[in-house]
Design a binder for this molecule. Structure first.
Ligand code: CU
Length: 467
C-alpha cells in the first residue's frame, strides 16, 4: 500500500485533477481507518470510486530535457531513438524491418529489428512526458508493438488481435500515451511473437524519474539479453528452435564485439538489464563488486528492502536495475553465470572427448580419410581458444578473443566494466595496467618451500600431448 500511495502522490502532481485528489483522500481514509472497524466496510465504500491510475492524463509538465532533467542512458552497441517535440508531445518513429546484423566479426545474420538496428534503438523519455510513437511495418508479415511494463490505456497496449488490428506490411500505426512511472521497460512485437522476437524485434524503453529521490548516476548503462539459434553456415536465426540455443547476446552482440562499460574511479554507476529473451533466464554476475538491486519492473525498491548481491537473475519478461560506486579499478567481467551462455556455436553437439586417449588414431585418419584431421577436446575445450581453427562459414568458436595475458576463452553473454583513475574521456582505455605485485603469477620454488606447499615440480609430470 505504501508504494501504491507514493505512486499516487507523484501521479497526482502530474495530473492535478479532481479525481486524483479524490483518490488521495480515499487513500488517506484507508490509512486512518479505525483499527476495530471491519475492513469490508472500507472496501465497500471504496469499490465504486474511480481508479485514477487507469486514466491517461494530459501532461501538465513540459517535455523532460537531457542534462536538465536526466542524465542520458548509454545503450552499448546501440543508440537512443531520436525524437522531436510537437506541441509539447515527444514524437518518435519506429520502423520494423529486416536488418543485416553482425553479432561479432565473422558472424552475421539476417535478423528483424527496428530502424536499421538489432535490437531496436532505446526509447528514452521522462516521467510525465506525453509520447506519440509511430510504427511503420516494413516486415514481410503483419506486426504490432507492445510497450512492456508501461502503464497505459488498454487500446495502446499493442496486442494484435486483442487490443488493436494488426499493422499490415506498409502500414503505419500511431500510439500515444502519457508516462506515469519511471524505470527500465521494453517494447517488442506482439504479433507472431515466436517468429518476430526470435529474429530480434524488441528494444529498451527507459523512463527517467522527473524528480529522482536519489542522486543521478554518472554512468547509466542499459542492456537487453537474448538468445538465438544460428546454425553454422546459415544466415538466418531459426525461430522454430524451442530449447537449444547457441548464440547468447548483450544488446545483440557477443564478446568481444560487446562494447565495454567505461567508468571513472568514484563514478556512481547504474546498470539496467532487461529481457524478453526467447526461452532462457540469465543470472548476470559482475566481478569485483557488490551492488544494490534498486529497481524492478515495478519501480524503485525502498532502500531498506534493497538486496546486496553479486549476481542478479533476470527472468524472461523482467528488468532489474542495480547501482554501485566504481571504487575498484580494473577490467571486471560482467557475464551470465550459466556456463553454456558464455560460449558460442562451437560447444554445440560436440562429443565429450575429455580423457579420451586417441593413440595413433590421428595418424590413421590423416593417412586414410582426412589429411588435416586432429582429435580435439581430450584435455578440455580451452585449447580450441588458442588455435586458429578453420571454422565453418558464418560461425564462431566458443572462444572470445586475445586478452592481455592469454586468450580469453569466453564469448556470448560477456562484457567488461573498465574502471580507471584519472581518465578524461570514456573512450575504451585499453587493457588495465596492474600495479606491480598485484597479479597472480606462477609460484617460485622458494615460495613453495617457504610455505610448506608440497608439489611435484618435475617437468614430465604434467606434460600433455600438444597438437
Ligand atoms: Cu544466461
Amino acid at each position: 500500500m505504501i508504494t501504491r500511495r507514493k505512486f499516487l502522490t507523484s501521479a497526482g502532481a502530474l495530473a492535478g485533477s479532481a479525481a486524483v485528489l479524490q483518490k488521495l483522500a480515499s487513500a488517506q481514509e484507508v490509512k486512518t481507518r479505525e483499527p476495530n472497524k471491519p475492513r469490508e466496510t472500507t472496501a465497500a465504500a471504496n469499490r465504486n470510486k474511480p481508479l485514477i491510475e487507469r486514466v491517461d492524463p494530459k501532461p501538465t509538465l513540459p517535455p523532460g530535457e537531457a542534462g536538465k532533467d536526466y542524465t542520458p542512458v548509454i545503450t552499448p552497441n546501440n543508440i537512443s531513438l531520436p525524437w522531436k517535440v510537437i506541441d509539447g508531445v515527444k514524437v518518435y518513429h519506429l520502423v520494423a524491418e529486416e536488418v543485416d546484423h553482425e553479432f561479432a566479426p565473422g558472424m552475421r545474420a539476417k535478423c528483424w529489428g527496428f530502424n536499421g538496428h538489432v535490437h531496436g534503438p532505446t526509447i528514452e523519455a521522462v516521467e510525465g512526458d506525453r509520447v506519440r510513437i509511430y510504427v511503420t511495418n516494413n516486415l514481410p508479415e503483419a506486426t504490432s508493438v507492445h510497450w512492456h511494463g508501461i502503464l497505459l490505456p488498454n487500446g495502446m497496449d499493442g496486442v494484435a488481435g486483442l487490443t488493436q488490428k494488426n499493422i499490415e506490411p506498409g502500414e503505419t500505426f500511431r500510439y500515444e500515451f502519457t508516462l506515469r512511472q519511471h524505470g527500465t521497460h521494453m517494447y517488442h512485437s506482439h504479433s507472431d511473437e515466436m517468429t518476430q522476437m526470435a529474429l530480434g524485434t524488441m528494444g529498451l524503453f527507459i523512463i527517467h524519474p522527473r524528480r529522482p529521490k536519489t542522486e543521478r548516476p554518472d554512468r547509466d548503462f542499459a542492456f537487453m539479453l537474448n538468445e538465438w539459434r544460428l546454425d553454422t553456415g546459415t544466415s538466418r536465426p531459426n525461430p522454430n528452435e524451442m530449447t537449444d540455443f547457441n548464440v547468447f547476446t548483450f544488446n545483440a552482440k557477443i564478446f568481444p564485439a560487446t562494447e565495454p562499460m567505461v567508468a571513472k574511479l568514484g563514478d556512481r554507476v547504474r546498470i539496467r538489464i532487461a529481457s524478453v529473451a526467447v526461452m532462457e533466464h540469465h543470472p548476470i554476475h559482475l566481478h569485483g563488486y557488490q551492488f544494490r538491486i534498486t529497481e524492478t519492473d515495478g519501480g524503485q525498491i525502498p532502500e531498506s528492502a534493497q538486496q546486496v548481491e553479486t549476481t542478479v537473475l533476470v527472468a524472461v519478461g523482467q528488468s532489474r536495475t542495480f547501482d554501485f560506486v566504481a571504487d575498484a579499478p580494473g577490467d571486471w567481467p560482467m557475464h551470465c553465470h550459466m556456463t553454456h551462455h558464455v560460449m558460442t556455436q562451437m560447444g554445440d553437439k560436440f562429443p565429450n572427448m575429455i580423457g579420451v586417449q586417441p593413440g595413433k588414431l590421428d595418424e590413421k585418419i590423416r593417412a586414410s580419410l582426412l589429411p588435416g584431421y586432429m582429435t580435439m577436446g581430450t584435455n578440455g575445450m580451452g585449447e580450441m581458444a588458442e588455435m586458429q581453427m578453420k571454422m565453418p562459414r558464418n560461425s564462431l568458436p566458443m572462444v572470445g578473443a586475445p586478452g592481455p595475458f592469454d586468450v580469453i576463452d569466453m564469448s556470448g553473454l560477456l562484457t567488461l566494466l573498465k574502471v580507471r583513475e584519472g581518465i578524461t574521456s570514456y573512450d575504451d582505455p585499453g587493457w588495465y595496467q596492474h600495479p606491480e605485485g598485484t597479479v597472480a603469477t606462477v609460484a617460485s620454488g622458494d615460495q613453495l618451500s617457504r610455505d610448506g606447499i608440497d608439489v611435484d615440480l618435475s617437468p614430465t609430470k604434467h606434460k600433455t600431448e600438444k597438437h
